[in-house]
Design a protein around this ligand. Structure first.
Ligand code: HEM
Ligand code: HEM
Length: 216
């Protein structure tokens, strides 16, 4: 009998890790451009070159993934923009759960819990913001009015601060938090145990097993 359920398919995992690598490079090279004291590291403009190469990977990877995985993309986007009463309940119960391990009041969750949906939502919205503002700074540097460029830098910086802070939280929850024991495996091997799925994503577990018991 099946003991594990698949949480992320191989193409999704490959996209995640390529995107994560590109994003971390963009973050680190962006940090060098953002903090004037790190200017010494930007000598010879190598930081800018790496920033641009990583930006191309950041844009092209999903463009290759989307047409090849249209059904999964549509479901993922629907997830990111579907919010309901359970999400409010999750936000209220989450501090007790994550800090004290008290599960009381945690509503049942789907394939992504509310926190994961929030990160996914931010990735989509700020991903678009990064690309639009970044391309204007890149290709219209000499033609756009100075005020427009200043706004683009400002918006790019706001996106950098918000997503940068949330990235640390994402890594902490995915890799370190003591209750998220199978998160890492989900994104590396693609599978989680039936018991973990039932405990953390019961609505989704019911849906994929159609009520059948999967031994864990
Ligand atoms: C995905 C598409 C992206 C493009 C096309 C892009 C492009 C650019 C460009 C052209 C610049 C100006 C660099 C220069 O001075 O020559 C820049 C600056 C910067 N980028 Fe990006 N970028 C992208 C994504 C990101 C991401 C994901 C982050 C961080 C997580 C980021 C953080 C920064 C920061 C902090 C700066 C410095 C802005 C300043 O001077 O205050 N960028 N980016
Ligand atoms: C490099 C550091 C990163 C690590 C170690 C990491 C780790 C993980 C792990 C373990 C999961 C599975 C969580 C679960 O289902 O239980 C995950 C999911 C996910 N990751 Fe990452 N990730 C990283 C960077 C990123 C970046 C940069 C992005 C976006 C550009 C991203 C976007 C996502 C999304 C959308 C999900 C699915 C929703 C969620 O679980 O939050 N990750 N990541």
């Amino acid at each position: 009998m099946q003991r594990e359920v698949e949480k992320y398919r191989k193409p999704t995992r490959i996209l995640h890790w390529i995107h994560a690598g590109a994003f971390v490079l963009l973050f680190l090279t962006g940090l060098v451009l953002f903090i004037p004291q790190l200017g010494i590291l930007a000598q010879d403009s190598w930081t800018r070159v790496i920033h641009r190469i990583a930006a191309v990977i950041f844009v092209i990877a999903p463009l290759i993934y989307i047409p090849m995985n249209w059904k999964a993309t549509k479901r993922g986007i629907k997830d990111a923009f579907s919010w309901g009463a359970d999400d409010i309940g999750w936000l209220q119960a989450a501090p007790r759960y994550y800090f004290l391990g008290n599960e009381e009041g945690m509503p049942p969750q789907g394939h992504m819990n509310t926190g994961q949906k929030m990160w996914w939502f931010l990735v989509i919205v700020f991903g678009v913001v990064f690309v639009i503002t970044g391309l204007i700074m890149w290709f219209a540097k000499t033609t756009a009015p100075a005020a427009v460029l200043q706004w683009m830098v400002f918006i790019h910086d706001v996106a950098f601060i918000v997503t940068g802070a949330m990235l640390f939280l994402h890594i902490y929850l995915g890799v370190i938090h003591p209750l998220m024991t199978e998160s890492w495996g989900a994104m590396v091997r693609g599978k989680i145990s039936a018991g973990y799925a039932k405990k953390h994503h019961s609505l989704w577990y019911e849906e994929v097993t159609k009520g059948k018991e999967v031994k864990s």
